[in-house]
Design a binder for this molecule. Structure first.
Ligand code: KIV
Ligand code: ZN
Length: 385
């Protein structure tokens, strides 16, 4: 079974969701959870965009040891230098450098000819490779670019040292058949394509980000980029939890798998939703509150007779558990600590005490404290400055 690398950009493209602004501790907390989830690469931010993002990316790169941490850079030397300063002490540093390749972007935004864009892309990838052992190059707006121009520039940036070639559907415009055939075209027309991994990066403007990502995988993409809960610019990015579960559930059909620990999905989704303030719709696939709820009598009857009549994903697979230990005002510190352990938290005594105090306050106003309430308390305690 082929392995598809997961490139998580919740902390960069996801943070570009209008209205989302994560602080340093919040970003770090999400990064630690992404490490538990088992993503292969995490894009921690855009170091040249602000001092805060620079510091955040540096802290994440210095803390996370089991996932390659990357940062975004425009095709300009100062962005690459800043990204190197932020990432250089990481366990497996890599750069993500991009330049637009579509006629509309080259003409109106970059005001460059296609030849100038090729020259800039090659120069910046070579420059980045003087420092970074791994460099991903993105052709921004690839899905609206000319295919033969794209093939030419890809061949040259691979020669310059790019290790991953990302073909974003920046404006969520493409369709599965079209996006898939772009990957096939590159595999067939770029002579040195095997020296790099092809990557998909899809936006959801027409609601096709997941289908487009899967079409790319079917046509040779070795990496998919996306975010948790599908947050991101405008209508968002491909939702990584949906991709991982779709590949798992339909492994009979798709010969590819991710390395994600699926049981960590629910917790990751909850954390991202809470810290970004981006509410997960009840009917959202895989992580929505209704994803495992059955309303109609016929469905309930079917599920009671055999769960798979109406349930293709088990709640347990993605870490949704039912809870038997009820926490309330009579619960003591011991039970509380035990509960935290059960939920997978490993906190210092000081943090446990802080959380316990908050829990006790809540029991004065609420008869039963749910896992969701505890999750809110624990996240607040962990991200408090
Ligand atoms: O959507 C996009 O094109 C991007 C690039 C910066 C990779 O996010
Ligand atoms: Zn994007």
């Amino acid at each position: 079974m082929a392995r598809v690398n997961i490139f998580d950009t919740t902390l960069r493209d996801g943070e570009q969701s209008p209205g989302v602004n994560l602080n340093r501790l919040e970003k770090l907390e999400i990064a630690k959870q992404l490490e538990r989830l088992g993503v292969d690469v995490m894009e921690a931010g855009f170091p040249a965009s602000s001092q805060g993002d620079f510091e955040s990316v540096r802290e994440i790169a210095n803390t996370i040891r089991n996932v390659s941490v990357t940062g975004l850079a425009r095709a300009v030397k100062s962005d690459i230098d800043t990204a190197w300063e932020a990432l250089k002490d990481g366990a497996d540093p890599r750069l993500h450098v991009f330049i637009a390749t579509s006629p509309i972007h080259m003409t109106y935004k970059l005001k460059k000819t296609p030849e100038e864009v090729i020259e800039k892309a090659v120069e910046m990838v070579s420059y980045a490779r003087e420092r970074f052992p791994k460099v991903e190059w993105s052709a921004e707006d690839a899905s609206r670019s000319d295919l033969s121009f794209l093939a030419e520039i890809i061949e040259k940036v691979i020669d310059a040292g790019a290790t991953v070639i990302n073909l974003p559907d920046t404006v969520g415009y493409t369709t599965p058949a079209e996006y898939g055939s772009m990957f096939r075209y590159m595999r067939e027309n770029v002579p040195n394509i095997d020296k790099a991994i092809l990557s998909a990066h899809c936006h959801d403007d027409l609601g096709m980000a997941l289908a487009n990502s899967i079409a790319a995988v079917e046509n040779g993409a070795g990496q998919v980029e996306g975010t948790i809960n599908g947050i991101g610019e405008r209508a968002g990015n491909a939702a990584l939890e949906e991709l991982a579960v779709a590949l798992k559930i339909r492994q009979d059909f798709y010969p590819a798998e991710t390395g994600l620990t699926l049981k960590e999905i629910k917790r990751t989704s909850d954390l991202v939703s809470k810290l970004t303030g981006m509410h997960v719709p009840r009917n959202k696939a895989v992580v929505g509150q209704n994803a495992f709820a059955h309303e109609s009598g016929i469905h309930q009857d079917g599920v009671l007779k055999h769960a798979q009549t109406y349930e293709i994903i088990t709640p347990e697979m993605v870490g949704v558990t039912s809870n038997s230990l009820v926490m309330g005002k009579h619960s003591g510190k011991h039970a509380f600590k035990d509960k935290l352990k059960q939920l997978g938290y490993d906190l210092s005594d000081e943090k446990v005490l802080e959380a316990f105090t908050e829990f006790k306050k809540l029991t004065d106003t609420k008869k039963e404290v749910t896992d969701d309430d505890l999750f809110t308390i624990l996240t607040d305690v962990q991200t408090k400055t």
